[in-house]
Write a protein that binds this ligand. Structure first.
Ligand code: PLP
Length: 386
């Protein structure tokens, strides 16, 4: 493959959602029923999501950010509390903590997996620490055994930011049979399954599920569906300050259809990821994703890291690829570098996070990416070596 064989005329995007005719029809069907906000389709999506994941309860909401916000609130997290999370994550992870009035406190990552390092958690625990918000970054499950052990020693709640992790497995079980108290998923178009915007909270705790259902809907004591179907006049009450974090039935109808495609999505992503790994693992300046033996990756993103002389050239490499019509992304921001979260405390505390955010990048990977597009990307990367 020494000659660049594939003529590429259009930019290869880093990601692209797969949305078919069935999704279009599902939305039209909902529009024609007249029930366009959260209703029967959202309830059906929850049931089907629980069946897929193998969890007891699923609560549909408007995004993963609002899912995380509710999960933290339902755990009693608020002003004066600290919640430990990785800095190497999308900013929504920390924002959801800040929205409760609590303070995010950053633990460093394991550079091989890009996930929270259980060995680096205890150094940031304080008397105010209430919870750990674990991220399964780009879909690779975090070291939950290690993290749960630390949490148990310090009596901390564990919530999973599983935004990217639908279909990923840990110790042979799907992420979302929560290993902590709750797991939160995103259906943003950048994730494996999309509803446009949307999120889901899964839990095994019936009381938590009920509380989440109320909080997402203004803390209303009766749901719209119950009021709609009631044969006697009903009067609802509002026992606390709630939110409007509802998922619409248009979104849920798309989600139901996407769920039926999920095994295809996962199979394709794993196939393309294996092709990348096979072709690129011999490049001395690239580190492939490392998947621990007890994990199964969904490859929401294919994340590589530049090492050696290339480590300092990440942005130049990205620019070179862009000029060759290959779109990449700097892999995963470091939240502690953004103005709302900057503090001297983090300046020297997160060396692995800094290294990862400065030297990693995401290669294109999406359902409809063709083998010839991928070959072109592989050949272009191989040509950079010389
Ligand atoms: C995408 C993402 C979120 C936010 O999800 P939304 O549904 O867009 O709110 C949160 N955490 C992580 C790790 C993410 O990747």
């Amino acid at each position: 493959m020494s000659v660049l064989s594939t003529p590429v005329t259009k930019m290869i995007p880093v990601a692209r959602p797969y949305i078919g005719a069935e999704e279009e029809q599902a939305v039209i069907d909902v529009l024609r029923t007249g029930w366009v906000t959260q209703g029967p389709r959202a309830a059906e999506f929850e049931v089907k999501f629980s069946a897929y994941i193998g969890c007891d309860y699923s609560v549909a909401v408007s995004s993963c950010t609002t899912a995380l916000h509710l999960a933290l609130l339902a755990s009693g997290i608020g002003s004066g509390d600290e919640v430990i999370c990785p800095s190497l994550s999308f900013i929504a992870t920390a924002n959801s903590i800040a929205h409760t009035g609590a303070t995010p406190v950053f633990g460093d990552i394991d550079l091989e997996t890009y996930n929270l390092d259980p060995g680096r958690i205890e150094e940031v625990i304080s008397p105010r620490t209430k919870a750990i918000l674990v991220v399964h970054q780009v879909g690779l499950p975090a070291d939950m055994d290690g993290i749960l052990a630390v949490a148990a020693r310090h009596n901390l709640t564990v919530i999973e930011d599983a935004a990217c992790a639908i279909g990923s497995e840990y110790n042979g079980r799907l992420i979302g049979q929560p290993l902590g108290t709750m797991a939160c998923f995103s259906f943003h178009p950048r994730k494996v399954l999309t509803t446009g915007e949307g999120g889901m909270i899964t839990t095994s705790d019936a009381k938590l599920a009920e509380r989440l259902r109320r909080l997402r809907q203004h803390a209303m004591s009766l749901s719209d569906v119950v009021r709609h179907n009631a044969m006697q006049t009903t009067t609802e009450t509002y026992d606390e300050v709630g939110f409007n974090f509802r998922m619409t039935d248009m979104q849920a109808a798309v989600g139901i259809t996407q769920l039926s495609r999920l095994s295809d999505f996962l199979q394709r992503r794993r196939y393309l990821a294996a092709r990348y790994t096979e072709a690129l693992q011999t490049l001395p300046w690239l580190r492939m994703p490392m998947v621990p033996a007890n994990c199964r990756h969904n490859y929401q993103s294919y994340l590589v890291r530049l090492v050696g002389a290339f480590a300092a050239r990440r942005d130049a490499v990205m620019q070179e690829l862009l000029e060759k019509k290959i779109s990449t992304r700097r892999a995963i921001m470091a939240i502690h570098r953004e103005p709302p979260y900057r503090s001297e405390r983090w300046d020297h505390a997160l060396p692995q996070t800094n290294l990862a955010t400065d030297t990693a990048l995401i290669l294109p990977l999406f359902h409809q990416m063709t083998e010839s597009e991928q070959d072109y990307i592989i050949e272009t990367l191989q040509a950079l070596s010389s």
